[in-house]
Design a protein around this ligand. Structure first.
Ligand SMILES: Cc1cc2nc3c(=O)[nH]c(=O)nc-3n(C[C@H](O)[C@H](O)[C@H](O)COP(=O)(O)OP(=O)(O)OC[C@H]3O[C@@H](n4cnc5c(N)ncnc54)[C@H](O)[C@@H]3O)c2cc1C
Ligand SMILES: *[C@@H]1O[C@H](CO)[C@@H](O)[C@H](O)[C@H]1NC(C)=O
Ligand SMILES: *[C@@H]1O[C@H](CO)[C@@H](O)[C@H](O)[C@H]1NC(C)=O
Ligand SMILES: *[C@@H]1O[C@H](CO)[C@@H](O)[C@H](O)[C@H]1NC(C)=O
Ligand SMILES: *[C@@H]1O[C@H](CO)[C@@H](O)[C@H](O)[C@H]1NC(C)=O
Ligand SMILES: *[C@@H]1O[C@H](CO)[C@@H](O)[C@H](O)[C@H]1NC(C)=O
Ligand SMILES: *[C@@H]1O[C@H](CO)[C@@H](O)[C@H](O)[C@H]1NC(C)=O
Ligand SMILES: *[C@@H]1O[C@H](CO)[C@@H](O)[C@H](O)[C@H]1NC(C)=O
Ligand SMILES: *[C@@H]1O[C@H](CO)[C@@H](O)[C@H](O)[C@H]1NC(C)=O
Length: 599
C-alpha cells in the first residue's frame, strides 16, 4: 500500500513539473534531418516512467499489464527486447506458432501480432535457426490486455499523463500498421465480446427498428451468427472478411461489406457509440449526445477521436439471397491477351452489377480472375442468373473459356456468407493501396482502367507479375443515396473499390522498402487516380503515404469538419494513426520509430 501511494505521488509530481496543464505531459524535444520536433516519451528518455509507475498502472488494471514478448520468440534462444534480453526458446510453442502463423483466426486471437506484417518490420520470425535474432521491431513495449472499461480508461490516462505513444489493437487486421507502434503502450480490446440485440431501438435519432449493441472486440462472423439466430432472424452490415472487428477500425473508417450496395456502410447504420475520450472520460455519442463526435466516429478515421468501447448498429430482416462464382485461370486460358480480355469484359459489367443491387468480391492475379462470390441479397437464383447472362454471353462471344457455378439460392444471407466467403491467410509481407472507381469512370474509361490494372500486376521490369489485386464491386449510394456519415460523398457513386498490393521481402533493407513505397505512392496511386478521376480512396484500404490523402479519403465537404472535431476532442494528440484528420504535423521519424510533432 505504501509503495502504491509513493508511486502515485511520484507520477503526480512528474506531470506537475512536466507541463503547464497538470494532466498533459510535455513533448520531448528532438532534432532530425534539421527539423525540430516534440516527441512522445520513449524508453531511455528521462521522462520514461519508472517501474514503480508502471507497477501502479498494473495494479489499476488488475495485473493485466505485461512487457510484450512476441510469440515467435519461442523459436529463438534470445528475445532482445527494449527493456532487456531474455531466454525464450520453447520448441513446443515454436511448433504451434509455426503451424498457425498464417491462420487468420489464430493471428487475430494473439495479443499484438498483425495479419499484414509489413509495418511490424518483421524482426522476429518463426525459424529453425534458434540463434537468429529476435527483436521487437515496430511492436509496442507494453501490452494492456483490457477486460474492463476501467482498464481502457486507465491506459488512456496513463498514456496522456506520461506522454507515451498509445495504440489500440483490436483484431490486428490493419493493412497499414495502425494497430502497432514502436515503443508504445498497446491496449488490446479483444476480450470485449458482448452482443445484445433489441427489437426496437429506444434512443435519439428518429429510428425505432431493430438494433444490436456490440462490444469493441466483436468480429464479423460471430455477430452474423448470433443475428441469424434471432427470432425473427436479422442481419448487420459487417466486412466480407469473417474476422475483421466491427466496432473498431472498421466502422471508424466507414466499413463496407457484402450488404453495402443494399444497406450502405457500417458507418451509415451506426446509432450510438460509448467511448473513452482522450481526456479519459466515458461518454456516449449519438444523434443527441455529442453529435459531432458521433458523426466523426462514423467513417472519420480509426484511432483518431476516441477509443470505442461499444457501438450500436441497425439490424435488418434476414432475406433469401443468391450467390454465384466464376473463375478464369490457367486451367482455362494460358494466352495472356485473352485472359486480360476476360478481365476487361468482367469489369465492363461492373456498373450493371451494382445497378442491380449486387456486391461482388474478386481477385486478380497473373492469369487468374477469381470471382467469389456475387452476392444478391433479397434476390432469387433465377434473378441473379438473369443479371449475369449478358456478361457470360460476352465472354462466350469473345472465345474466353471460364468456369462458373449457376446461381445458388440460400434461405438467408448468412447461409450464403458461410458457404461462399472464406478465411484469408495472414502474414503476407505486402504493401497495400487501393482506389475506388466510380460508375462514371467505368462508363467513360473501362479500357484505361484495365491498362492501369495490368500496371498494378506488373509495375516495373523487376516486378513483372508480382502484383496482386482484390476488388469489391459495390455502390454505397444504391440503397443509401445520401451520406449520413463522415464518409467521402464520392462513395455514393462507387462501382469498384480495388486494392493493389506489392510484395516486399521480409529481409528488405530500408532502401528497398523506401523504393517500393515510392513506387506505390508516386507511380501506381497516381496511375489509378488518373484513370479514375471521379473516384476516391478508402482510409482502411489505401496507401497512407499518398499525397493529398485528406482529399482522397474524405474530400472538401467532409475533411474541414473532421479537422475541427479532432481539435476539439483530442487537442494534444493522445491518439495517433497515420493519415487521419489532424495528424498533418505529426510524423514517425528515425526510420519508423519515434512519433513526433513538427515544431
Ligand atoms: C483480410 C482483410 C479483409 C478485410 N475486409 C474488409 C472489408 O470487407 N470491409 C472493410 O471495410 N474493411 C476490410 N478490411 C480492412 C479493415 O476495415 C481494417 O483493417 C480495419 O482497420 C480493421 O479494424 P480492426 O479494429 O478489426 O483492426 P485493428 O488492426 O485491430 O485496428 C485497426 C485500427 O483501428 C483502431 N482501433 C481498433 N479498435 C479500436 C477502438 N475500439 N477504438 C478506437 N480505435 C480502434 C486501431 O488503433 C487501428 O488504428 C479488411 C482487412 C483485411 C486484412
Ligand atoms: C502485472 O501484474 C501481474 C500480476 O501480478 C504480473 O504477472 C505481471 O508480470 C505484471 N506486469 C508487469 C509489467 O510487471
Ligand atoms: C495451431 O496448430 C496446431 C498444429 O497444427 C493445431 O493443432 C491447432 O489447432 C492450431 N491452433 C489454432 C488456434 O489454429
Ligand atoms: C541478444 O542478446 C544476446 C545475449 O546478451 C546476445 O548474445 C545477442 O548478440 C543479442 N542479439 C541481438 C540481435 O542484439
Ligand atoms: C527495421 O528494419 C530495417 C531493415 O529493413 C532495419 O534496418 C531497422 O533497424 C529495423 N528497425 C527496427 C526498430 O526494428
Ligand atoms: C482454376 O479454377 C478452378 C476452380 O476453382 C480450380 O479448380 C483450378 O485448380 C484452378 N486452376 C489453377 C491453375 O489455378
Ligand atoms: C492470344 O490471343 C490473341 C487474341 O485472341 C491472339 O491475337 C494471339 O495470337 C494469341 N497468342 C497466342 C500466342 O496464341
Ligand atoms: C426485398 O425486396 C423487396 C422486393 O423487391 C422489397 O420490397 C424489400 O424492401 C426488400 N427488403 C430488404 C430488406 O431489402
Ligand atoms: C533476402 O533473402 C533472399 C533469399 O534468401 C536473398 O536472395 C537476398 O539477397 C536477401 N536480401 C537481403 C537484403 O539480405
Amino acid at each position: 500500500m505504501k509503495l502504491f501511494i509513493t508511486a502515485l505521488i511520484g507520477s503526480f509530481l512528474l506531470y506537475q513539473t512536466a507541463s503547464a496543464n497538470p494532466d498533459t505531459a510535455q513533448l520531448v524535444p528532438r532534432t532530425w534531418n534539421g527539423q525540430k520536433y516534440g516527441c512522445k516519451c520513449y524508453f531511455g528518455d528521462q521522462c520514461w516512467p519508472d517501474s514503480r509507475t508502471w507497477n501502479a498502472l498494473n495494479t489499476t488494471v488488475d495485473g493485466n499489464l505485461a512487457v510484450y514478448v512476441p510469440p515467435e520468440a519461442a523459436c529463438h534462444t534470445f528475445f532482445n527486447g527494449t527493456l532487456g534480453t531474455i531466454s525464450t526458446y520453447d520448441q513446443a510453442k515454436c511448433d504451434t506458432v509455426t503451424a498457425n502463423y498464417s491462420s487468420e483466426k489464430w493471428i487475430t486471437d494473439q495479443d499484438m501480432l498483425l495479419l499484414w506484417r509489413y509495418w511490424t518490420n518483421s524482426t522476429c520470425l518463426p525459424t529453425t535457426e534458434s540463434s537468429s535474432p529476435c527483436t521487437l521491431g515496430y511492436y509496442g513495449v507494453y501490452l494492456l490486455k483490457a477486460t474492463k472499461i476501467a482498464h481502457i480508461k486507465a491506459g488512456v490516462d496513463f498514456a496522456r499523463r506520461n506522454n507515451i505513444r498509445l495504440v489500440v489493437r483490436n483484431s490486428g487486421h490493419d493493412f497499414v500498421g495502425r494497430s502497432t507502434g514502436w515503443g508504445a503502450l498497446v491496449i488490446n480490446t479483444h476480450s470485449f465480446q458482448d452482443i445484445k440485440f433489441v427489437d426496437k431501438w429506444d434512443a435519439p435519432g428518429g429510428y425505432s427498428g431493430g438494433a444490436v449493441t456490440i462490444a469493441a472486440g466483436v468480429q464479423g462472423r460471430p455477430l452474423l451468427r448470433q443475428a441469424v439466430a434471432q427470432k425473427p432472424p436479422v442481419t448487420v452490415v459487417t466486412g466480407e472478411c469473417p474476422t475483421v472487428g466491427v466496432a473498431g477500425g472498421y466502422v471508424q473508417g466507414g466499413g463496407h461489406g457484402p450488404l453495402t450496395t443494399q444497406l450502405g456502410f457500417a458507418a451509415d447504420n451506426a446509432l450510438s457509440f460509448d467511448v473513452i475520450t482522450a481526456d479519459g472520460e466515458y461518454v456516449t455519442a449519438n444523434a443527441k449526445e455529442n453529435p459531432d463526435l458521433f458523426w466523426a466516429l462514423k467513417g472519420g478515421g480509426p484511432a483518431a477521436f476516441a477509443v470505442v468501447v461499444s457501438a450500436t448498429f441497425k439490424t435488418f430482416p434476414e432475406m433469401r439471397s443468391a450467390g454465384a462464382t466464376l473463375y478464369i485461370n490457367s486451367t482455362h486460358v494460358t494466352n495472356e491477351t485473352l485472359y486480360w480480355e476476360g478481365v476487361r469484359i468482367f469489369h465492363s459489367h461492373a456498373n450493371s452489377f451494382v445497378d442491380a443491387g449486387l456486391y461482388v468480391y474478386f481477385t486478380i492475379t497473373p492469369l487468374t480472375l477469381r470471382v467469389r462470390p456475387w452476392v444478391a441479397f433479397n434476390q432469387t437464383a433465377a434473378g441473379l442468373d438473369a443479371i449475369l447472362a449478358p456478361f457470360k454471353a460476352d465472354l462466350t462471344a469473345a472465345g474466353i473459356p471460364f468456369e462458373n457455378t449457376p446461381a445458388k439460392e440460400y434461405t438467408t444471407f448468412f447461409d450464403l456468407y458461410i458457404d461462399l466467403f472464406e478465411d484469408e491467410s495472414g502474414g503476407t509481407p505486402m504493401l497495400t493501396s487501393g482506389w475506388m472507381f466510380s460508375r462514371q469512370d467505368i462508363a467513360a474509361n473501362n479500357d484505361g482502367i484495365i491498362t492501369a490494372f495490368k500496371k498494378a500486376i506488373s509495375p516495373r521490369e523487376d516486378l513483372v507479375n508480382k502484383g496482386y489485386m482484390v476488388g469489391h464491386l459495390w455502390n454505397a449510394g444504391y440503397g443509401v443515396p445520401v451520406p449520413n456519415s463522415a464518409t467521402n460523398p464520392r462513395f455514393r457513386d462507387a462501382a469498384n473499390l480495388i486494392l493493389y498490393n506489392l510484395p516486399v521481402p521480409t529481409n528488405a533493407t530500408l532502401e528497398q522498402k523506401a523504393d517500393i513505397e515510392d513506387l506505390l505512392a508516386n507511380t501506381l496511386d497516381r496511375t489509378m487516380r488518373a484513370t479514375g478521376p471521379k473516384g476516391c480512396a478508402y482510409i482502411n484500404e489505401a496507401d497512407p503515404l499518398q499525397e493529398n490523402w485528406q482529399d482522397h479519403f474524405w474530400g472538401p465537404d467532409v475533411y474541414p469538419k473532421l479537422l475541427e472535431t479532432r481539435k476539439k476532442w483530442d487537442p494534444h494528440g493522445v491518439f495517433y494513426a497515420i493519415s487521419t484528420p489532424g495528424t498533418e504535423d505529426w510524423e514517425v521519424i528515425e526510420y519508423g520509430t519515434r512519433l513526433c510533432k513538427k515544431l
